[in-house]
Design a protein. Sequence first.
Length: 314
Amino acid sequence: MNRRFYPCWRKLWLALTVLLWAWRALSQDATPTRETLNLVPFSATEIVAVERVEHNILHRPIELTEDNNHWIARAYAYGDTRLNTRSVHLGVEFVNERNTAVYAAKAGRVVFAGDDSKTLLGPQLDYYGNVVVLAHNLYSLAGRQLFTLYGHLEKIHVRTGQVVGDQSRLGWVGSTGVALGPHLHFEVRVSDPFDYRQTRNPELWLQHYLEHGMIVGSLRNQDGDPIAGKRLTVRSTSTLGSRDVFTYGGEEVNSDPVWRENFVAGDLLADEYEIVVLDENDALAYQERVQVEAYRTTFVDIVLADGNVRTIEK
Ligand SMILES: [Zn+2]
């Protein structure tokens, strides 16, 4: 090699190395590799009909301070229609004061940040107001990419295309779009971040609370069809505290392909619970006691077969 060209080759080589390094550093962010989920398989005795696994891996999307509320509003859970008075709920609410910091439930890339006055993200324009949608380096068990949506924000802190860290600030709680008072509307979507028909119940993805678990279930008729908008009562047998839970009420919401549920009672303190379903005449149609363990999911299959309806004296 001609000696005069040597320094030139070295410079070129150095430049190429730097370029390669920069390209690799950038492309790692641009095309995230599939992250292995920390899945908790059920033991063989707990497998009912299909192999069901938990995937509670997302953080609560509100800044972790004692003053902030990290509990999901029970009055309008995922799939609920509030007794047919509201459109079926595509996400869950975290009711907090205006300007409470909203955090990313996991690291991701911002695929949308702005108001939805010109981009359809929900059943209509101007639905979520100021909204952020994140694409995550996470996949459902069916191999579909996971997205999270943060709606009704007062202000947005990020911009489209930005890479954000786990539990980093996305904006602040507000009431923009279709919202009754300040709260965060939080959704989990799969496959297509712009398709509101692709939501899943966020409770199936959010991490369990300290010493809490949940009941996930399927309420069907004798033909195996899910019964929509049906009320169940879940009552602790020790504290007698109870909660009404409604089965999914609309076509726009989806069951998890693993759980195939149509109701979820999340954030239950580990305890024994009684599940009660009444028929149209307020007679007892189903009653069962189940154990909820901390950080675990108890699955309940309920078939309301006419022959099995039990009645009790009041
Ligand atoms: Zn909502």
